[in-house]
Design a protein around this ligand. Structure first.
Ligand code: SF4
Length: 232
């Protein structure tokens, strides 16, 4: 007797995992769509994506955990999903949701290197802190996925945990453009599955510095970013 479709699909996953050829996870993390879409596509295709490996991310998640423990009064670490096409999902984890508001917590280490400089630069200290474009588009994406109209980005000074709060109103156009990025990643993964390299997709904006710390540098250096190899 044939098994139900869900069981057959699960069995196929086991077979592919055992044969060392696990299926492509049809999930795209919100946080992976702000820097390089080619990197996101390659990470999904090669099954290497991990949303938070850097030491800063680890400190951030420890502090988020602490905040959730001591502050309470909100839902913390809320998983979110948004259906894309053909079983693909945009996924993420919102730092907190309080009633109709989405909250994101950012912990910054202000170094105050040029304390004596007459010009105080952005993010020199908490007083001059500003949410980055990436943070705004990510909280906006969470608002779109959760159908919320307003969010707040909290910026904490890691030394002492003083904080400032920045309000963000939902921007439908920005959300649509963000979803378009996810759709381009899907097309790029499909192209990789057909055995072609998606040269038409790369960093979001001209961010050469993103490439310098990317594990796929040798691949892009061999294909269309020769300067990456020349720099080594
Ligand atoms: S090397 Fe640059 S273009 Fe290539 S995947 Fe990495 S970040 Fe993207």
């Amino acid at each position: 007797m044939p098994h139900p479709a869900e069981i057959e699909e699960f069995n196929e996953r086991i077979r592919r995992a055992v044969s060392g050829n696990p299926p492509v996870e049809r999930r795209i993390w919100v946080t992976s769509l702000s820097r390089c879409l080619r990197k996101t596509a390659l990470s999904i295709y090669l099954n290497t994506y991990s949303p938070s490996k850097s030491w800063e991310a680890r400190i951030g998640s420890a502090l988020h955990g602490w905040l959730g423990e001591v502050v309470k009064g909100a839902e913390f670490e809320v998983p979110v999903e948004y259906e894309l096409r053909d079983g693909w999902k945009l996924v993420g984890r919102v730092d907190a949701v309080k009633g109709p508001y989405v909250l994101e917590f950012k912990f910054m280490g202000f170094e105050k290197k040029d304390r004596d400089s007459p010009r105080v630069k952005k993010n020199h200290d908490l007083e001059h802190a500003e949410p980055s474009k990436e943070w705004v588009e990510q909280i906006n994406a969470y608002m779109g996925m959760l159908e919320k109209e307003r969010g707040y980005i909290y910026i904490f000074d890691r030394n002492g945990l003083e904080f400032r709060v920045f309000e963000v109103a939902f921007d439908e156009g920005l959300f649509r453009r963000f979803i378009k990025r996810a759709e381009r990643v899907i097309e790029a993964v499909e192209e990789l599955e057909r055995g072609r390299f998606p040269t038409w997709i790369s960093t979001v904006g001209n961010k050469k510095w993103v490439c310098r710390s990317c594990p796929f540098r040798p691949i892009c250096g061999a294909i269309d970013r020769k300067w990456l190899v020349e720099e080594e």
